[in-house]
Design a protein around this ligand. Structure first.
Ligand code: TRP
Length: 339
């Protein structure tokens, strides 16, 4: 049996190069290795748990996120790309798993605690938001996924999902597959900073990102604005590499590049201007982004084709999820009229 991968993106905005190095490029490599059965889910239902009052935002970004995936190389012939809300079995699985988790455990989940703070939900947190780790256990188990690529911030969610699986299996028998998190292999890539400083991770909400959909001129402008070393004022001044966003990006996007090593040496010693380093970064990024942008442009003019891909993927995903749901119903014994 092939190993099964399930991973998801919330459609709350277009995907950026932080997503690319933190998740997407490995996703495409895993797809192309042919060693896995891969499901990529657009988690619109989960996105609604903290955007219930702005559903249009989720609708608008559904196709954007699908196009980002297709543009970087997700191939619907090889990967099942589908929409979460189109899979009714996920809702029912969520209900069954809710009975296996206590409220305190959810409230103590470090990811949820942080996200509640970030969203200003301290006074009133939507029930669906607090309980999204349970729905995520449904997403993962429905497809018998044993591998789940996620960002570092998601590890506590995955741990809770593993607990749900163990609890279910200990009560009802070995039905569910216990998943394992998969992180990006390049540690620096797991936490790509935004353009304005090393401390903030690139994120939609901070408006500090370079997007896969950005045109060449926008990429250039953003790189030119990028935070470097505030004490590196004259070209002749010695500069710092640590904390310098431009060099951080070069480590991630041009690893082991001898020209970068040379530039670092010269920058430290003094005599290398920020603009020269930035020009090189732009070159490196353009090499990566130009083909992605081109592929994305193809889909941008063909939304019906994208919708058809999602619809076909969702049909396939439904068949798999319904089989798991039936097993779950049988195991619990809520199958009074036959399975
Ligand atoms: N919670 C994930 C995120 O914020 C998205 C997601 C939803 C997901 N369901 C999933 C990821 C299942 C992996 C598996 O990025």
């Amino acid at each position: 049996m092939k190993q099964v991968i399930l991973t998801g993106d919330r459609p709350t905005g277009k995907l950026h190069i932080g997503h690319f190095v933190g998740a997407l490029r490995q996703r495409v490599d895993m797809q192309n290795s042919g060693e896995y059965d891969m499901f990529v889910m657009i988690a619109d239902q989960q996105a609604l748990t903290d955007n219930a009052r702005d559903p249009q935002k989720i609708r608008n970004n559904l196709l954007e996120v699908a196009m980002d995936n297709l543009a970087v190389g997700i191939d619907p012939e090889k990967t099942t790309l589908f929409v979460q809300s189109a899979i009714p079995a996920l809702y029912e699985l969520t209900i069954h798993y809710q009975n296996l988790v206590n409220l305190g455990r959810l409230q103590r989940n470090p990811t949820i605690k942080t996200e509640i703070r970030e969203r200003g939900f301290e006074k009133s947190v939507p029930v669906g938001f607090l309980t999204y780790p349970i729905a995520q256990a449904a997403d993962i188990t429905a497809f018998n996924a044993n591998l789940v690529p996620v960002g570092e911030d998601q590890l506590p969610i995955l741990e809770q999902d593993r607990e749900i699986v163990r609890t279910f299996n200990s009560i009802y028998g070995e039905v569910l597959v216990e998943p394992e998190a998969v992180l990006a292999t390049d540690e620096k890539a797991r936490r790509l900073p935004g353009i304005r400083g090393i401390d903030d991770k690139m994120s939609k909400s901070l408006n500090n990102g370079i997007y896969l959909a950005d045109d060449a001129e926008t990429v250039r402008q953003k790189v030119m604005e990028m935070y470097t070393d505030p004490d590196h004022i004259r070209v002749t001044d010695p500069g710092k590499i640590d904390g310098n966003v431009v060099f951080y990006y070069l480590d991630v996007f041009a690893p082991n590049d001898p020209h970068v090593a040379e530039m670092k040496e010269q920058y430290r010693a003094g005599g290398l201007g920020d603009v020269t380093v930035k020009e090189y970064l732009i070159e490196v990024l353009e090499k990566l982004l130009a083909p992605i942008r081109e592929k994305r442009a193809y889909y941008e003019t063909r939304p019906d084709e994208v919708r058809a891909i999602l619809r076909a993927g969702s049909e396939k995903a439904n068949a798999v999820a319904n089989t798991t749901l039936q097993k779950v119903r049988d195991a619990i014994g809520v199958n009074y009229f036959g399975s």
